[in-house]
Ligand binder design. Sequence first.
Ligand SMILES: [Zn+2]
Length: 112
Amino acid sequence: MTKQSAYERARDERIAEDAEDDRALMCSAVGCPRRWSVSGDRGRACSAHYWAERADWPRITEAVLRAETDRALVAAAKPVAPVSAEQKAEALAALAKFAVLVRTGQIRGALR
Ligand SMILES: [Zn+2]
């Protein structure tokens, strides 16, 4: 192990303290990504965990993680550009062409 400088030691201690502060703000349910928002007889937890039976906590944690993931995906998604009249006409023409192929039996398989 290499010797730490006083600066490095102070920096590492600061990082450890920050991590500890962050943990103190988090919901007490294992794996829950939320900060606690309710404090009472049962300790500190996010509202989803605090008001639920402990037996349900793993299921709730899973649902919270799924909801957070969905929210992040929606936030990261690029807005969809509106469809132009030209694109709309093109799509309708392609659909009409497809409908003719199906009606005349030129396309079969799963559509039978
Ligand atoms: Zn929670």
